[in-house]
Design a binder for this molecule. Structure first.
Ligand code: T1G
Length: 706
């Protein structure tokens, strides 16, 4: 019998309820209804003495259907489905594999026993979506594995492996062979036994011997320390606490009320937006979707500096044989040392098994001639950030590599199309803008030019997944997307300091907003000399006739390049990373204010927040209007992954929608009218404000060009 995505077959006295709702067997309305119908039929079927619930495909149920959460929750209620399972007088065993998450684990907790394939991972990740378990998880999990461990899992939101689940008693058996058969055997063994102790919902509190108050207090303290912004985690602790002693129905009712509070809140809307935006952002653009991707089996990297070395490590870590060349023998030697040191450290920290670390290091080979790049499928150039240097490198690459090889530049500010035109294969040239440090940062801007071919683009988009990067396709314009916006953000920060704020105040305000660090500490960490070089080298960094802050130049002229020199905007103790006041910069700022004829004024925190963050939103509107970013969500992902914009605010554009685009536009206009040419409202922002359109509606309205 089949109810859409759920089927029921009875064989040898055992009923198998099988969920088949690709790709992850999410608990959509049809799945919930299908399980309910199948369970009722199995319970009524006299030939069935026991029941197995399992799923087809790559995983057991991976959770509630997140796509359904922005509307009314339709029946059947998952609590009712779980209750039907739990109160069954026939033993019900869950056969688990893949990622048993959220509602999937809650369904399994309603069963009387659980078997799991050895590679299974189990968890309640709801807080990562700004939610709490909403189908009995905060009640049943503590009764399965104890209060402390259950709270850890629910507050962290991280899954545990099957082995640990077995040790904790969450899983009865680990199965390496025939999972359905093992589940059936266990179910048969439970026929005729007392199932009451296995009904977790109504089982006696499993906190015997645990100091409930102390455990709850510790959990609350941990959330206050690590996730002060997370209302969901506080609600989850509240739900667990009330579930310890309340009778089942009251506990489930309270849990559902807290779940609904979270679901209605901005945190879950933001995190669910990020969940889907991160998946949309890495899709192959429609115009390239039909192209054949070239398999990338061998890679060459040009440049043995920090970026080149980091990029080679990324490919080698993914098991892709990688050649690295630098024209400077010392740089080649340093690259070898750096690559080996990286993987040695990975092994020492337990992040890689020793043999895997050795294999990865061995996957990277240093070569003393570009001629060695003849067989590679892809080259990533990470040479000195100067157009003349890059053009020469690409002319050589064009000569030594196969005509069908893809040539990518890691440039962060130069014109990729100009580089492409220096080769005989402009359709096979694009940008791969890695973020430093390349082995750590997931974000990768894939820069297409009007000449980039579909096959080259598709090949690199597919490759991005293999190397663990969030590869987002962006257009080829100065600064691409990430840097073009961050330049506006930094610029406002420097203007604010000239006008009276301090670097400390600007950084504090933005850290309080949720940024991992302020613009000045971030600049010190990246190294002030990089941007200084670019400002001298690239005209767009210093457009004539527009207000320009020379503060950073004055700091660099003194050799203060940030953390690496112990002094930049801030001062750093030897080897330290903590920004400390730098009185000499304060004096430099005072002198600059006098030179500019600016008498310092008190700058309100609100003005700092608005000018820095609305500058991001305003520039994003320009980028969308110019077709340089495919969708607003891409920009949200770029900012969350590239600069730590708080995910729980959903990224700059989701946040702008939440506070009101018209409000953002009004404030940008006010600052522009007050004399700031850089905050001229973007035409798209003005139009959206005038017509009451959100960033999230732009695609549906076809207001942005892909
Ligand atoms: N709902 C709807 N769609 C989902 C989904 C879900 N829970 N999980 C994944 N997808 C889609 C995803 O958008 C993508 O779609 C495709 O499946 C493959 O996903 C009641 C309320 C399971 C570890 O938080 O962690 O249960 O791009 O690219 O890398 O108390 O998906 O193909 O169109 O991520 O192999 C709790 C979320 C929900 C799990 C697989 N569950 N998902 O990773 O594939 S809340 C979760 C994941 C809940 C209960 C509460 C991962 C994965 P498309 P993917 P993957």
């Amino acid at each position: 019998m089949s109810n859409g995505p759920v089927s029921l077959t009875v064989r040898g006295g055992c009923a198998h309820v099988v969920v088949d709702n690709p790709p992850v067997n999410a608990l959509s309305r049809d799945v919930r209804a299908g399980i309910e119908t199948a369970m009722r039929a199995a319970l009524a079927d006299r030939s069935a003495d026991c029941i197995v619930i399992r799923a087809a495909g790559r995983t057991f149920v991976a959770g509630g259907d997140i796509g359904e959460f922005d509307g009314p929750l339709l029946p059947p209620d998952m609590n009712d489905v779980v209750a039907l399972v739990e109160t069954s007088d026939k033993p019900v065993v869950a056969a688990l594999h893949g990622t048993v998450l959220g509602g999937g684990l809650e369904l399994a907790l309603g069963c009387h026993a659980r078997v799991a394939a050895s590679e299974t991972r189990l968890g309640l990740p709801e807080v990562t979506l700004g939610l709490i378990p909403g189908a009995g998880g905060t009640r049943r999990l503590p009764r399965a594995i104890g209060l402390r461990k259950a709270l850890d899992m629910i507050v962290e939101g991280a899954p545990i492996r099957a082995g640990e689940a077995r040790t904790l008693g969450l899983v009865d058996e680990i199965v390496d062979g025939d999972l359905p058969a093992a589940a059936e055997t266990l179910a048969r063994s439970l026929v005729g036994t007392d199932l009451a102790p296995r009904r977790l919902g109504s089982a006696a509190r499993a906190t015997a011997g645990e100091d409930v108050d102390a455990i709850l207090a510790a959990a609350r303290a941990r959330v206050a320390q690590s996730w002060p912004w997370s209302t969901a985690r506080r609600a989850a602790i509240e739900s667990v606490a009330q579930g310890v002693d309340n009778e089942l129905d009251a506990a489930l009712a309270r849990e559902r009320a807290l779940f609904e509070q979270c679901r209605a809140g901005g945190e879950s809307k933001a995190l669910i937006h990020m969940f889907f935006a991160e998946r949309d952002a890495v899709r192959v653009p429609a115009w390239a979707a039909a192209a054949n991707a070239m398999p990338i089996a061998r890679v060459g990297v040009v440049g043995g500096g920090t970026m080149g070395r980091g990029i080679a490590i990324v490919f080698a870590a993914a098991g892709i044989p990688t050649l690295l060349h630098d024209s400077n023998p010392a740089a080649r030697a340093a690259a070898r040392v750096g690559i080996d040191a990286h993987f040695k450290s990975q092994a020492e920290r337990g992040r890689l098994a020793p043999e895997a670390a050795q294999a990865a290091a061995a996957a990277a080979t240093i070569v003393d001639s570009l001629d060695a790049f003849a067989p590679v499928d892809l080259v990533v150039e990470a040479a000195f950030e100067q157009m003349a240097v890059k053009l020469e490198v690409f002319r050589q690459l064009d000569r030594v590599t196969r005509p069908d090889a893809v040539l990518a530049t890691n440039t962060s500010t130069l014109d990729v199309e100009a580089i492409a035109r220096a080769t005989g294969r402009p359709d096979n040239v694009l940008g791969m803008h890695f973020f430093s440090p390349a082995p750590v940062m997931r974000l990768l801007e894939i820069v297409r030019t009007p000449l980039t071919g579909a096959s080259a683009l598709r090949s690199v988009v597919d490759l991005s997944r293999r190397i663990g990067k969030t590869g987002i396709v962006v257009g080829n314009a100065f600064g691409f997307v990430a840097n073009r916006m961050i330049f506006e953000y930094q610029r406002q920060g420097e203007f604010l300091v000239e006008e009276g704020a301090s670097p400390e105040q600007v950084d504090r305000v933005l850290v309080e907003f949720g940024m991992p660090m302020g613009p000045f500490a971030m600049a010190d960490m990246a190294g002030l000399d990089v941007a200084w070089f670019l400002r001298k080298e690239i005209p767009q960094m210093r457009p004539a006739g527009r207000r320009y802050s020379a503060l950073a130049d004055h700091i660099c002229e003194r050799g203060w390049f940030g953390q690496k020199t112990g002094r930049g905007w801030f001062r750093y103790e030897a080897g330290g990373r903590k920004p400390l006041p730098h009185p000499e910069v304060d004096a430099l700022v005072d002198a600059e204010r006098r030179r500019l004829g600016l008498s310092p004024r008190t700058v309100a925190d609100e003005e700092i927040r608005e000018r820095c963050l609305f500058a991001l939103v305003n520039e994003a509107a320009r980028l969308l209007d110019e077709g340089l970013a495919a969708r607003p969500g891409d920009i949200d992902v770029i900012y969350a992954q590239g600069f730590g914009f708080p995910r729980w605010r959903g990224g700059p554009l989701h946040w702008a929608d939440a506070i009101g685009v018209a409000h953002v536009h009004r404030r940008v206009e006010a600052y522009h009218d007050a004399g700031d040419p850089w905050l001229q409202p973007a035409p798209l922002l003005a139009r959206m404000a005038a017509e009451g359109v959100k960033f999230s509606e732009l695609e549906r309205k076809a207001w942005i060009r892909r």
